[in-house]
Write a protein that binds this ligand. Structure first.
Ligand code: SF4
Length: 434
């Protein structure tokens, strides 16, 4: 039996797909060369915003067309989790709509497949084995769900509160990846900096502050252990209040001074309306404090434009912040009105065209900043990890998200090389082997 998985959405979804693949392989399935050749076709969907949902539906319909007669089509992932019943009713082409943590043992060849959504997790997807990876880097998801309730975000409504994996489980997965040749582990979770707080709360039987200054934040110890066992450890999705001084020190000590801060806006009224911590001034202070220790630290963030109530003053505040922060990388998104979120009921919705206009304005500014920061690398020496023939990355570039370092295609995939940066082309730079 052969399977095919089509993955949409964020890195967290890609990890889930790898785990599903691991489960199917353990059941005797082999990877097909295309959806058309598979006996089992899985669409791992994304429901984050309206555009992602549309793309997911289109993909499901394309897979329904492409699959051969008799092959089964399964829809899993965030859309299945969030809109299971509606999807099952609206897509008769689909044989099974199954949530993330549902056992795909229901897909065993002899099992008749019913059209249904089963809400009860039958096993923990996070702790499934995963197949060997061809790339020298891998995402490792260390928690599922989120304890925060940001105004725009529906994730907690369908992924639930945070459930952290244990240190042993994470180290076990990381060690297997390293043994298979992985040189860079990218830790991901919805709220990475809060990893472990739920376990500690449970063991202490009391509430623990999410922000935990004083060097006892669980992620600090995990990052320390991992960085002693793998060349590179990169942390994604850091909620700004979780970026404690202890965590900053630890990240800098790993040799990967890369800070992916989930900021979303800089205007204080906007951030309060989003039910989030901080403001532009505090963010700038933290960025400056990090740069004071490591001038070369790299910063990435993402921002939402057109959140309900956003004014021209808020937009001016954000533009000013972007100019001052000089982030290396940034992603901008227009607000997406999601059912079941706090923002859904807020007044002052911003017309989509206006939100788009604001997005274009900040993107244009950030593109110039990114290009300038990339230009400034020309003439420097960088140590790059070779991801694929001709494609390298220094510590400044996160895989799949940021630009790359163009290198000699003869360099061996999985090796490290010292290169001199000789040119920059927008987000990418070019390196000559030393
Ligand atoms: S921290 Fe992230 S996942 Fe959690 S509620 Fe906020 S935006 Fe959503």
């Amino acid at each position: 039996m052969r399977y095919w998985i089509e993955t949409l959405g964020c890195p967290k979804n890609h990890v889930d797909s790898e785990k599903l693949a691991g489960l199917l392989v353990s059941q005797g399935y082999e990877l097909a060369v295309s959806a058309a050749e598979a006996d089992l076709v899985v669409a791992n969907t994304c429901a984050f915003i309206e555009a992602a949902r549309e793309e997911s539906i289109e993909t499901v319909l394309e897979l329904a067309d492409a699959k051969r007669v008799g092959a089964r089509l399964v829809v899993t992932g965030c859309m299945a989790e969030r809109y299971g019943e509606e999807l099952a009713a609206a897509l008769p082409e689909v044989d099974l709509v199954a949530g993330f943590n549902e056992s795909l043992t229901a897909l065993a060849p002899a099992t008749p497949v019913a059209l249904r959504k089963r809400p009860t997790p039958a096993f923990d997807l996070l702790n499934l084995p995963r197949p060997a990876t061809a790339a020298p880097w891998a995402y490792v998801k260390i928690a599922e769900g989120c304890d925060r309730r940001c105004g725009f975000c529906a994730i907690p409504t369908f992924r639930g509160d945070q459930r952290s994996r244990s240190t042993e489980e994470i180290l076990g997965e990381a060690r297997a990846l390293v043994a298979g040749g992985v040189q860079e582990i990218v830790l991901i979770a919805q709220d990475l900096a809060s990893w472990g707080n739920d376990r500690r709360r449970a063991s202490l039987g009391e509430a623990v502050e999410v922000l935990d200054e004083g060097g006892t934040q669980p992620l600090i110890e995990l990052t320390r252990i991992l960085s002693s066992e793998v060349e590179r450890v990169r942390l994604l999705y850091l909620y700004p209040s979780g970026l404690t001084s202890g965590l900053i020190e630890t990240i800098l000590a790993t040799g990967v001074p890369y800070f992916d801060l989930s900021l979303q806006h800089s205007s204080r009224p906007m951030l309060r309306a989003m039910r989030r911590w901080g403001d532009g001034e505090r963010f700038l202070e933290r960025i400056a404090a990090i740069r004071a220790v490591d001038h070369d630290a790299t910063f990435r963030s993402s921002f939402i434009l057109g959140y309900p109530g956003e004014t021209e003053e808020d937009q001016a505040n954000l533009l000013e912040f972007i100019e001052e922060a000089q982030l290396d990388w940034a992603g901008f998104f227009t607000f997406s009105d999601e059912d079941g979120t706090y923002a859904h009921d807020l007044s002052g919705h911003v017309p989509h065209e206006l939100a788009l206009e604001r997005l274009r304005e900040v993107s244009e500014l950030q593109d110039q900043i990114t290009a300038t920061r990339r230009d400034s690398l020309v003439g420097t020496q960088q140590r790059v990890l070779i991801d694929a023939p001709g494609v390298g990355r220094s510590v400044r570039e996160c895989p799949e998200i940021d630009g790359i370092v163009i290198v000699d295609p003869a360099l061996r995939v999985g090796s490290f090389a010292e290169v001199q940066i000789v040119a920059s082309h927008g987000t990418d730079v070019e390196g000559v082997t030393l």
